[in-house]
Design a protein around this ligand. Sequence first.
Ligand code: ADP
Length: 261
Amino acid sequence: SPITTDMGTLIQEIDKFARDKKLEIETLKVREQYRKEFFGNVSHELKTPLFTVQGYILTLLDGAMNDENIRKKYLERASKGVERLVYIVNDLDMITKLEIGDLSLNIESFDIVKLVKNVFEMFEMRANDKRITLTFDMDYPKPIMVKADKERIQQVLINLIINSIKYGREKGTTEVSIENLIKNKVIVRVTDNGIGIGKNHLPRLFERFYRVDKSGSRTEGGSGLGLSIVKHIIEAHHEKIYVESEYGVGSEFSFTLEKAE
Ligand code: ADP
């Protein structure tokens, strides 16, 4: 770079340097805060299932093992706790990759109608347990080809459909619809008539670990990471995600995708 001789310019440059450094420090501080919160949340999330599992195992060792019925029941509960831990660790793994930007997308053309049907099949039993009907707006019997990372979009559908069941009402419905948008886009909607979400929660809904009703959803076994994973995946595709919801009425999550020509 050219040697600065002019005193005024030199002072300006020093000023600029100082401002840049200050910004850098601010950014680092924010990041550090973020990191602290993240680890705080992670250990908090892991503690509950870990202590549950520990509790059942200790009780078994303490003598409960001798009763066959109790043994089975406690082992099943411990296993549920471990399952939850696996869930959380998998979600954390995915979110870390997404946040580092380490997850390259594998873009291909595929039929989104078929993908939705696959996901419905995966969760048919779970929906049946709650007598929730999974319906597909069948105005679209034909394949709809989109261009995206199929595995990641499947993950998005899984997370949204699981939520619609978890937070759905007994005998409720989950409906998926796909609609052509202007230009080369489609919009995929997942609509339920479940418990809904209060307006005040909507701005923070996609944050990691954010839950509307901490105690209520905890029993459902989520990690509080589902929606933030959804948002990351959609944004990695440079697409948009929306939520509309009314407390006590139901929710609609929708996202856009690029059509394959
Ligand atoms: P979780 O593991 O708690 O389900 P998510 O990130 O998937 O985490 O969702 C965050 C929160 O948003 C949930 O705890 C729940 O309170 C709310 N939520 C998500 N989907 C729905 C839905 N379809 N209906 C009502 N509430 C929902």
